[in-house]
Write a protein that binds this ligand. Structure first.
Ligand code: PEP
Ligand code: MN
Length: 360
């Protein structure tokens, strides 16, 4: 991973004034569907046409993809529209077929990135290819697993590498299908600033109404591109219907996105500031989320104390917490005074909440 500058070269070759846009259906369904969508995406900001041929489904019995015949349809797309083509590969035989049919961009799906065996098998099958290879984050929020996937491909002499952020699954339901956990791609970007970073708002959102917001956050965080599932008849799509949009909605969305261009030093400064501020916003949201969770735990403790008739303030426990936090804070460059003030405020709020529980 030493000579990382070259990682960006493939992206620069597109010579775009806007982010790289990869669009197309979640799944290739029929030849007609594949070609219609492709023709609608021709002459837009889209450079790469995506379609899943082999679909990894969480539960059996759902549509599992049309298989190799879809590769012929993608070949037609390339010939008729000039768009580059992309599909997901999940084992060595997928890779072999995709290379045979000259697919331009191969991506490794979130359910494959979790398995070092699978990633290694794919990396071996791809060894030395000059195709673009994109690694989606693993379904679980584990940065080293993601990095491990990138390293395995890099070691297989694949130079045109990039990553796709598609969010992380959680047990608790939230407004997202897959929680964005933006701090993970941010950390990845800080480690490998030259590795092209693409956001897949479709799989983060799981629904169309928040695609635009997620895409804007990604661009504000300096992502290099977007992969957006696009279908001529989204509601009747054979997979991921709720999150797909029509080509014309995609065009409108791209027009409405604020895309930053680097034209002068001033713009560069503003861009950097904007990126850092967006990072702060993401972290602040995380802080509030964590504090809310802590408060709920404190309330449960209050309920327990009420049952057992125990006093709210447990001085010994509190002094232990404070001592530990001061030591840990020091390691992270936080002053004792700040840690004390912050935890006193948090503790006070917990006590207030517990008192409310006990007196209710
Ligand atoms: C997809 O892109 O359609 C897909 C299956 O995505 P993921 O691997 O992110 O779930
Ligand atoms: Mn999908």
């Amino acid at each position: 991973m030493e000579n990382r500058k070259e990682m960006r070269t493939w992206l620069n070759e597109f010579n775009l004034k806007h982010p790289l846009v990869i669009a197309g259906p979640c799944s290739a369904e029929t030849e007609d569907q594949v070609l219609k969508i492709a023709h609608d995406l021709k002459d837009t900001d889209v450079s790469v046409y995506r379609a899943g041929i082999w679909k990894p489904r969480t539960r059996p019995g759902m549509f599992e993809g049309v298989g190799a015949i879809g590769l012929k349809w993608l070949d037609k797309v390339k010939k008729e529209t000039g768009l580059l083509t992309a599909t997901e590969v999940a084992n060595a035989s997928h890779v072999k077929l995709a290379l045979e049919y000259d697919i331009d961009v191969l991506w490794i799906g979130a359910r494959s990135t979790v398995s070092p065996f699978i990633v290694q098998e794919i990396a071996d099958a791809l060894n030395g290819t000059d195709k673009i290879v994109l690694v989606k984050n693993p379904v679980n929020p584990d940065l080293s697993l993601w990095l491990g996937g990138i390293e395995r491909l890099y070691s297989a002499n694949i130079k045109k590498l990039g990553v796709i952020h598609r969010g992380f699954s959680t047990y608790e339901k939230s407004k997202y299908r897959n929680n964005p956990e933006w701090q993970l791609p941010i950390e990845l970007q800080n480690k490998f600033p030259d590795l092209p970073l693409i956001c897949d708002p479709s799989h983060i959102a799981g629904r169309r109404d928040i695609l635009q917001d997620i895409s804007q956050t990604a661009l504000d965080l300096n992502f290099d591109g977007l992969m957006i599932e696009t279908h001529i008849d989204p509601d009747n799509a054979w997979s991921d219907a709720a999150q797909q949009i029509t080509p014309s909605v995609l065009v409108k969305m791209m027009n409405d996105l604020k895309i930053r261009t680097l034209t002068s030093e001033e713009a560069d400064y503003k861009n950097q500031l904007n990126t850092l501020r967006t990072q702060i916003d993401v972290i602040d949201h995380g802080l509030l989320e964590t504090l809310g969770k802590r408060m709920n735990v404190a309330i449960s403790i209050g309920e327990l104390k009420k049952k057992k008739n125990v006093a709210v303030l447990q001085t010994k426990r509190w002094n232990e917490i404070l001592g530990n936090m001061i030591l840990e804070g020091e390691k992270k460059g936080l002053s004792e005074e700040f840690v004390l003030r912050m935890f006193k405020a948090i503790h006070q709020e917990s006590i207030n909440n517990q008192n409310k529980v006990i007196n209710s």
